[in-house]
Structures are given as structure tokens and as C-alpha cells.
Ligand binder design. Structure first.
Ligand code: FMN
Length: 229
């Protein structure tokens, strides 16, 4: 273990931030309500491993209820130019009445999320959950596993779930595909919307430098002779 130089030690402070949202892509989760109407919710606690994703969601959300009941959803990824649409459905919920924790933060009940956002719902091809036509990436997904978060913490237990889903179909707008490649997203063309500490950002326009990891052919991550999902 290296001892920090004096100057570094002076720069660091032990802090207790209320949130640790250091910056992740925004996803719009499309789910189907009990009455077959569509619900849509912005979230950003999402990460991927292979054709799996894990979504961190509040138990009090309509999205969580719908996912646990129906076992499916669509993870729609907005590009940074869709930020206004995303913001129009911030602080809304499909739960009526609004749960107390959300009411105290100024949330309102909104049944017509798509209309409020100005976005277009299209049916999933495999799952019965709505895709967002305007999103350049739409990932149809099935729930595989549910992890209860913070079970040993009396203040946080029961409030949130980490939901593992399996991606069963990927829809991508042709405009973000790599030239001459049917199955590759071009990261120079894909401009995800990022949320960092409750604020919206985009990515810098160009690569920062050559990537050593990027020397590994993307094809090598494809499972051999297996369905991707
Ligand atoms: C940019 C953004 C990111 C969000 N990220 C999350 C998240 O990762 N997990 C979560 O549970 N809620 C997140 N929220 C809050 C949900 O959108 C909120 O709980 C909403 O009421 C869910 O809608 P629903 O109740 O209709 O499912 C986020 C909101 C915004 C605007």
C-alpha cells in the first residue's frame, strides 16, 4: 500500500453524500399495466453483462409491480437529444394514489406517460410491454431473478429490488450501426443520455484515446452456438 503524498492527502476529504449516482445511462422502462395500458418510467441504475441487465428499482414504483407481475419489460435507451421528453415524465408515477415517499418529493400521478412525454408506444415483438419508437435502442427483456436489496439495514430494507433480466430481442436504429456491420453498434454514433447526481449530460463527441480493451474483437464476446439471450 502506497502512502499518499502530502498534497494528495490535502485534496481528499471524507464526505457523506446523500446519493452516490456517479453517472449512468438513462433508460425508459416500458411495462404493461394490469388494464393493458402502457407505463413508462425513467431510471438510471442499470448495468449490463452479456445479454443480461440488472435494474435497480424502488418497490413503490408501478414499473416494479408490473415487472414482478408480468415478468417482462422493454429497456428503451434514449439518446441525449431526447432529454426534454425524459424530463417531462420526471417526478411522475403510474401508481394511484402516489406513494407517500414520492408525494413528499413532489411526484404526481400520471396515467398517460407516453402522451405526457410526447413519445410513441409500439408493441414489443416478443414481450407484451411497450417499446419507445423514438429511442435508438429498445431491448425486450424477461425477468430472470429478483434480489432484495439492503436486507440487513432496518432503514432501507424492503424499499428496493435489483431485478435481473434476460434480453430477448435487440432493436437498434440503423443510424447508430457501424458501417457495413449488421450486428454492431458504433460507439462514435451512439450518444446516450447520462444522469449524474440528478442532472442530465451527454458524452464528449470523440473517443478520449485509443482503447487497449477495444483491441479485443467484439465478436469474441459472442457465445458460441448459443442463442444470445
Ligand atoms: C433520470 C432519472 C433517473 C431515475 N433513476 C431511477 C432508478 O435508477 N431507480 C428508481 O427506482 N427510480 C429512478 N428514478 C425515479 C423513477 O422515475 C420514479 O420512481 C417514477 O415514479 C417511476 O415511475 P412508475 O412509478 O410509474 O414506475 C429516476 C428518475 C429520473 C428522472
Amino acid at each position: 500500500m502506497q502512502t499518499l503524498s502530502l498534497s494528495h492527502r490535502d485534496e481528499l476529504a471524507v464526505i457523506e453524500p446523500s446519493i452516490l449516482y456517479f453517472g449512468t445511462p438513462v433508460a425508459l422502462i416500458g411495462t404493461c399495466n394490469e388494464d393493458n395500458t402502457p407505463n413508462l418510467a425513467p431510471m438510471s441504475s442499470v448495468w449490463w453483462l452479456g445479454w443480461r441487465a440488472v435494474l435497480g428499482l424502488a418497490v413503490a414504483s408501478k414499473t416494479t409491480h408490473n415487472m414482478l407481475r408480468a415478468g417482462e419489460c422493454v429497456i428503451n435507451l434514449p439518446s441525449q437529444d431526447m432529454v426534454d421528453a425524459v424530463d417531462r415524465i420526471a417526478r411522475t408515477t403510474g401508481t394511484d394514489p402516489v406513494p407517500p415517499g414520492k408525494a413528499s418529493r413532489g411526484y404526481r400521478y400520471e396515467k398517460r406517460k407516453f402522451e405526457t412525454a410526447g413519445l410513441t408506444a409500439v408493441n414489443g415483438e416478443i414481450v407484451a410491454a411497450p417499446r419507445v419508437l423514438e429511442c435508438p435502442v429498445q431491448l425486450e427483456a424477461r425477468v430472470e431473478n429478483i434480489h432484495e436489496m439492503a436486507v440487513r439495514d432496518p432503514d432501507w430494507a424492503g424499499r428496493s429490488r435489483a431485478i435481473e433480466v434476460r434480453i430477448v430481442r435487440v432493436h437498434a436504429n440503423q443510424s447508430i450501426l457501424m458501417e457495413g456491420e449488421a450486428n454492431r453498434i458504433d460507439p462514435d454514433k451512439w450518444r446516450p443520455l447520462i444522469m449524474s447526481f440528478q442532472q442530465f449530460y451527454g458524452l464528449a463527441p470523440d473517443k478520449l484515446r485509443h482503447s487497449t480493451l477495444g483491441e479485443i474483437p467484439e465478436q469474441s464476446y459472442r457465445p458460441p452456438n448459443a442463442r444470445m439471450g
